[in-house]
Ligand binder design. Sequence first.
Ligand SMILES: Nc1ncnc2c1ncn2[C@@H]1O[C@H](COP(=O)(O)OP(=O)(O)OP(=O)(O)O)[C@@H](O)[C@H]1O
Length: 455
Amino acid sequence: MDQVEKMATFSPMNLLVVDDESNIRKTMKMFFDLQHHKVTTVSTPKDALLEAGLQIFDLAFVDIRLGLESGLDLVSSLLARSPWLKIVVITAFASVDTAVEAMKRGAVDYLPKPFMPDQLKLVLERVAAIRLLEQRINLLQDDLDRNDPDISLNSMYPPMQRVIELARQVSTSDAVVMLLGPSGSGKTMLAKLIHRWSHRSDKPFGVISCPSLSQELLESELFGHVKGAFTGALRENPGRVASCEGGTLFLDEIGELPLSIQSKLLRFLQEREYERVGDQRTRKANVRIIAATNADLKSAVASGTFREDLYYRLDVIQITLPSLSERCGDIAEIAANMLAFFNAENHKAIQGFSPGVLKIFRDYGWPGNIRELRNVVERAVILCTTSMIGVELLPDSMASVVQPQIMIGDRIKLEKIEELHIRRVLASTSSVQEAAEVLEIDKATLWRKRKQFGI
Ligand SMILES: Nc1ncnc2c1ncn2[C@@H]1O[C@H](COP(=O)(O)OP(=O)(O)OP(=O)(O)O)[C@@H](O)[C@H]1O
């Protein structure tokens, strides 16, 4: 057994057994129970599909002859509903033809009856190994898609050192974590690290940015919907809670969660239970929630826009990330990591930042925090034609430190004025809500503009 198979053996799976013989169901259940897997046994295709609608299974054993019904048809129906599912068909009527047909319909293996426990164990290990590799590929793909520079966990700033220490401590538990801190300070990055350090690391990590979706879409994104639940719901969506089974779901800007969804989230946190939009059936999921906000949730509670009970349910462990300007001693190292990353991306070999740039980095206010630093470094790397990044490669948005202020009527793009204005308003207000009010735009628009300008 290789390393991957050994690891896979120890990772419990959620199994479905579909067989019309009660002896087989009983024996298989006993065998899987002993191996610490979770097992559901049913005798008909109807019950199998019902269970597959309620739980996320990793592997199903399907008997080909189910009374008068065909297990082969069930293979197709199960895979249509749960495309990730691994299916092993079992039958006393072993023949090459049925095996080939089962594989054509998407089964991963074939088990002839009668089978010995060792055969069953072998199949189980093989499927667990495939599943583990698939999950790893997904994680690696996610990493590639994210294109992130190395995250430096060193900090010269004691509050930041405590943040990392606390994050490591809480990663071993399943407790809800609330990440606080200004936009771009690294809350999403920290949530990913907590997931990676946790026992859930080989399961999915999902992110939902609450202000980015309308109320209806947010509920369906979170808890899923059934086909036809609302106009445009052309196909079933299991929702993020279901697709993160066993893993972690990060809810960014939780303060923006509409009240109607807050009560559903509270129930999920307390009971682990939820319903899909348009479906009465209650489902269960084992998902750790990490939430983040840069708003003042206590005042949201006081003003009635955030439920007090949800606030206290989320407020189990708080970790507050400092703004980048508070940890100005760390900027040089973070910028150096980013430089290495963007050098590689752009096939350049820039050696560093000039002393003038490093001074500006220390003095600048960084309203967009690490996200802004990342954008500044990326831009400078792209524009740089020498071996050192000089002050002339810094953007106008750092105008107050680098060069005279942009004036209305200057010969510059309108977009620049808009960006600078939003940056200054954000820096002079205490919350996104307040900034949106000053700018007289809604929070969703402000959220999009911040992403657009990297603030
Ligand atoms: N320590 C770090 N080293 C390198 N890059 C970092 C670090 N922390 C954060 N980043 C990068 O900075 C950017 C912003 O970080 P992140 O998205 O985690 O911030 P956030 O607080 O979640 O922002 P928002 O509140 O707007 O969602 C990301 O591109 C992230 O990869």
